[in-house]
Design a binder for this molecule. Structure first.
Ligand code: HEM
Length: 590
């Protein structure tokens, strides 16, 4: 500092004061003000530049004794009241900030994993790590033995018990299911789904589940699924991939899969093909509105209820986006319902047993199926939206991660190709082919590779529950009715105490038994499709679609990720890739 000051003074030709200070003739305070900053007069002055004050010096200069004026050697500051008050305020602010820092550091405790602050709990750490929330959960849960209590702010009722312990999951999802409904908090967060199956508990859920199971397992729905899946691959996916491969274009596979599953799900649920998967890649407002709604719902998980409710009331931020998205979704669904009702009323849509039939037609035309349930507009709206979310997002996310893993694991890719060849007559082995659903349904290695991908990248990365009554989990943790219990499915796939030391590796072989059949893993260990009475009702639908798509791509094309493309998970209720999956596709056969 002294050297710097010396240089400044030397430039001004004024080194006398430093010399006097050195000789202990004046105190440091006398020369300090000239060291830094600028005074009103334009000279170096710490005080004036900070506080813009009027200072008078003994010599009557309007400066401060910095450089000009008689009193520059002995600056006696004469401060006005206002000046003094503002200086005091500055001190107080610094003091409060400093004291808070010391107090928080002192009282904030850490267990070596997450710091727990007074009043705000672990929320700051949660928000700080939100961008890498999946990895952070895996890290914390791994180090804490599988269960971790995340303390929320003391005023926000946000305490959350995170667990990946299979014993806890079995207890919550199956053996003590009745004490762990989704709970009012879940229903509030997902309110845009209305009273659909995802967003209901107790009798409402039970009735809807019974009805949905009946429809999904019905032969005519299965037939519709088979026809739709094969048709979309043959007339939508293959021509599009041929097109991009011919032109050597880079394509975002995630976007293609979202389009594909949006089309197929829309057809399965409403019977209409929106035609998103075409060479023109049209804009799809419905699809965009679903993305916006999902993002907003995720932010509700991490922001205190009072804050997002205030945002909703004020119509700002994510809540504004959510309400706009809901408007779009409602308008489009209303159109689906009215068109279908009209078609059925004029007899344009006869029941085609051999071709199969969509869910909306079944709801509207089959009183036996409805079994006394009220099939009003709200029921249909909530059901359609729930199915669209269930079918579009989960399956497209699963396909994206799967194709990425396969394209980056050449040995797995080769094994899948070998297995596919076994279903083709020898003469046609090296030719373009679209496989039938029956051909791919029994392939063990393909099935194992899909399960392995779902283990590492579960499309629904989190699940939560709320106990009705206080309870003690098998891990010994107490839970009460104010506490949220969160499962991180992403972390579960990365726990060595569940999957062994090679848990982070993509190894389809772990799903194959010694006898060469698919090895069954209990659902409380492999939770991708949920467990217990609320197990996913669309698991078979999803596998049928995924196998048809995966077989067509892997057999007919080489897929290579564009160099430098960064793959990482997003932060939302569905595990997508943050930047999509940019690839180049080349045809294997002419
Ligand atoms: C890879 C694809 C899929 C995955 C990973 C998946 C996963 C899940 C998960 C984790 C749940 C539980 C959600 C919760 O309770 O909050 C669930 C429930 C459900 N899924 Fe799927 N799903 C997939 C595909 C599908 C498809 C294609 C359909 C239907 C066409 C479907 C229909 C349902 C239904 C109706 C439920 C509600 C079950 C209930 O609450 O009783 N899913 N699914």
């Amino acid at each position: 500092m002294a050297v710097r000051w010396w240089r400044v003074q030397a430039e001004r030709g004024d080194t006398g004061r430093w010399w006097l200070w050195k000789k202990k003739k004046i105190s440091v305070a006398r020369w300090w003000p000239t060291v830094a900053g600028q005074c009103k007069e334009g000279y170096g002055c710490w005080w004036c530049s900070r506080q813009v004050v009027t200072m008078e010096t003994e010599g009557g200069s309007a400066g401060c004794g910095g450089y000009g004026g008689v009193g520059r050697w002995l600056p006696r500051r004469v401060e006005t009241k206002e000046v003094r008050r503002s200086r005091c305020r500055g001190y107080y602010e610094i003091l409060i900030a400093f004291t808070s820092f010391i107090l928080l550091s002192f009282f904030g405790t850490t267990n070596g994993l997450v710091r727990n602050w007074p009043f705000v709990g672990m929320l700051p750490s949660l928000l700080l790590n939100i961008g890498q929330i999946h990895e952070k959960c895996a890290d914390v849960l791994g180090k804490s033995g599988g269960t971790f209590l995340l303390k929320g702010p003391c005023f926000a009722n946000m305490d959350m018990l995170g667990t990946v312990d299979p014993a806890n999951i079995h207890y919550i999802m199956s053996s003590n299911f009745s004490n762990f409904p989704k709970g009012p908090r879940f229903l509030r967060i997902f309110d845009f789904l209305g009273d659909g199956i995802f967003n209901s508990d107790a009798d409402s859920w039970r009735n809807q589940r019974k009805l949905t199971r009946l429809l999904i397992t019905h032969q005519r729905f299965h037939q519709f699924l088979v026809n739709t899946s094969q048709d979309k691959v043959e007339k939508g996916l293959v021509p599009l991939l041929d097109h991009v491969s011919k032109l050597g274009l880079v394509v975002d596979l995630q976007d293609l899969f979202q389009r594909l599953t949006f089309d197929t799900t829309c057809m399965l649920v409403t019977g209409y093909d929106p035609g998103c998967l075409s060479v023109e890649l049209p804009d799809v407002p419905f699809s965009k509105a679903m993305d916006a709604a999902e993002e907003a719902v995720f932010s509700r998980h991490v922001v205190p209820v009072s804050i997002w409710k205030l945002q909703k009331w004020l119509g700002i931020g994510q809540e504004k986006r959510l309400s706009k998205a809901c408007e779009t979704l409602d308008q489009i669904i209303a159109k689906f319902i009215s068109t279908k009702k009209h078609e059925l009323s004029v007899g344009n849509e006869p029941m085609k047993e051999e071709e199969g039939v969509d869910l909306l037609t079944s709801y509207l035309s089959d009183d036996e199926v409805m079994d006394g349930l009220k099939c009003d507009y709200k029921f249909l709206r909530d059901t359609i939206l729930s199915f669209m979310i269930a079918g579009r997002d989960t399956t497209s996310s699963a396909l994206t991660w799967f194709l990425w893993l396969v394209s980056t694991h050449p040995i797995v890719e080769a094994k899948i190709r070998e297995e596919l060849k076994t279903t083709i007559p020898k003469k046609a082995a090296n030719k373009r082919r679209v496989f039938s659903v029956e051909e791919v349904s029994r392939l063990v290695y393909l099935h194992s590779a899909l399960c392995e991908s779902l283990r590492l990248y579960p499309p629904v990365p989190f699940q939560h529950k709320e106990p009705c009554q206080p309870d003690i989990l098998p891990s010994g943790h107490r839970v009460d009715s104010k506490m949220k219990i969160m499962f991180s499915l992403y972390a579960m796939g990365r726990m060595n105490f569940i999957w062994g030391d090679d848990c982070s590796e993509f190894k389809p072989e772990r799903w194959i038994s010694e006898g060469g059949t698919i090895k069954h893993e209990p659902s409380y260990k492999f939770l991708a499709f949920n467990a217990g009475p609320r197990t996913c009702l669309g698991k078979e639908v999803a596998f049928t679609q995924m196998k048809a798509v995966a077989a067509a791509i892997i057999h007919n094309y080489d897929v290579r990720v564009v160099e430098g493309h960064h793959v990482s998970p997003n932060v939302s209720i569905i595990l997508y890739m943050k930047h999509g999956l940019k690839v180049k596709v080349t045809r294997r056969w002419s």
